[in-house]
Design a protein around this ligand. Structure first.
Ligand SMILES: *Cc1c(COP(=O)(O)O)cnc(C)c1O
Length: 378
């Protein structure tokens, strides 16, 4: 099956008792058993729910994974993965990381004894020299947030595979429509399904897809034991959103490309960060490992200050000033004070995150209106 067909049909079949074409929202906490432990595959809804199973099967299909486990949020999915580690284990991660992931790593797991090295993963030499005897996991995020740098997934997984170390890719920014990390050698893919997969900014969720049985067993244990599970209604909303993933992302990318070229030529713009631009330092890697360049565009102002950026962002009308991304509507945000506010200023600057950096999540509105909106804000 090709991707566009899978987005609608992967792992889906009409519901067995009624033939309902769409998966019902199984709003229940428990399931009747005929005799102790004689049940139909579900015993308690923390452990499993048929609406959640439908969603898990669909995401597994899109990521070319054997299985998927869904969580209450993206960070709950990351939390579930990190809890498979033990004190004294070491993790290598990118220094240009989603702010919430950085906070979880440094403020929750570091105090519990997990060690982290945050390196510039666009430099494969830096990744290679970060390995230690106790390294157990390499955490990638590509394209990175908010600088849209590209990590060479194949090159990194070559290093992890030869050392028998797990590699995980946060694939939230690309979505499986544009990038399928398991086919590039990664052991697992993590998603904030809140973003492109859900696509309508109306639900929070997370997922991990993998064909690694041992890892999946540990994740299912985490779900059962720690209980960060998504409710059936949210699973349904995300499942419904995924059915138009290919159509939405395709249009968003078309719009993003036009906006990136518009910004690239604007006299008040400092630098444009978009992997689709030939000037982007990892444009070639992006062309190889992604089917297209995504719909996130970041740019700085020539006049680099928080004040100028704030002024710009309060003037846009169609671009709504809000955190998050990946919905049908266009959003604008200011990483230095919003998503990355929890990263210290020195760390931000070291990673190249300027005060005036503005991040766009380009939606599926008419691109002429979007460009007009940005133009009047300058
Ligand atoms: C939003 C996001 C997360 C966290 O997901 P939530 O669903 O908000 O918990 C993790 N990684 C990336 C890249 C994200 O954009």
């Amino acid at each position: 099956m090709k991707f566009n067909t899978k987005a609608i049909h992967a792992g889906q079949k009409p519901e067995e008792t009624t033939g309902a074409v769409m998966p019902p929202i199984f709003q229940t906490s428990t399931y009747a058993q005929k005799a102790p432990n004689d049940h139909q595959g579900y015993d308690y809804a923390r452990v499993g729910n048929p609406t959640r199973t439908s969603l898990e099967n669909l995401i597994a299909g899109l990521e070319e994974a054997d299985e998927c486990a869904c969580f209450a949020s993206g960070v709950a999915a990351i939390d579930g993965i990190m809890k498979t580690l033990r004190p004294g284990d070491h993790v290598i991660s990118t220094n240009d990381l989603y702010g919430g992931t950085y906070r979880l790593f440094t403020q929750v797991f570091e105090p519990y004894g997990i060690e982290f090295s945050f390196v510039d993963m666009t430099d494969i030499q830096e990744v290679e020299s970060a390995f230690q005897n106790n390294t157990k996991l390499v955490w990638m995020e590509t394209p990175t947030n908010p600088l849209l740098r590209i990590i060479d997934i194949k090159a990194v997984t070559k290093l992890t595979r030869s050392r028998n170390i797990l590699s995980i890719v946060d694939n939230t920014f690309a979505s499986p429509y544009l990038q399928r990390p398991l086919t590039l050698g990664a052991d697992a893919v993590m998603h904030s399904t809140t973003k492109y997969l859900g696509g309508h900014s109306d639900a929070i969720g997370g997922a991990v897809a993998t064909s690694n049985k041992e890892l999946m067993e540990k994740l299912r244990f985490q779900i059962k034991t720690s209980g960060a599970v998504p409710g059936p209604m949210d699973c349904y909303l995300i499942l419904r959103g995924i059915k138009t993933l290919h159509v939405r992302v395709q249009r968003s990318v078309e719009n993003a490309k036009k906006i990136a070229s518009f910004l690239n030529e604007h006299p008040k713009v400092g630098e444009v960060f978009y992997p689709g631009l030939e000037s982007h330092p990892q444009h070639d890697i992006a062309s190889q490992q992604m089917d297209d360049f995504g719909a996130m565009v970041s740019f700085s102002l020539k006049d680099d200050s928080i004040e100028k950026a704030s002024e710009f962002m309060s003037k846009t009308g169609i671009f709504t000033l809000a955190e998050s991304l990946g919905g049908v509507e266009s959003l604008i945000s200011h990483p230095a004070s919003m998503t990355h506010g929890s990263i210290p200023k020195e760390v931000r600057e070291k990673a190249g995150l300027k005060d005036s950096l503005i991040r766009l999540s380009v939606g599926i509105e008419d691109v002429d209106d979007l460009i007009k909106d940005l133009n009047q804000a300058f």
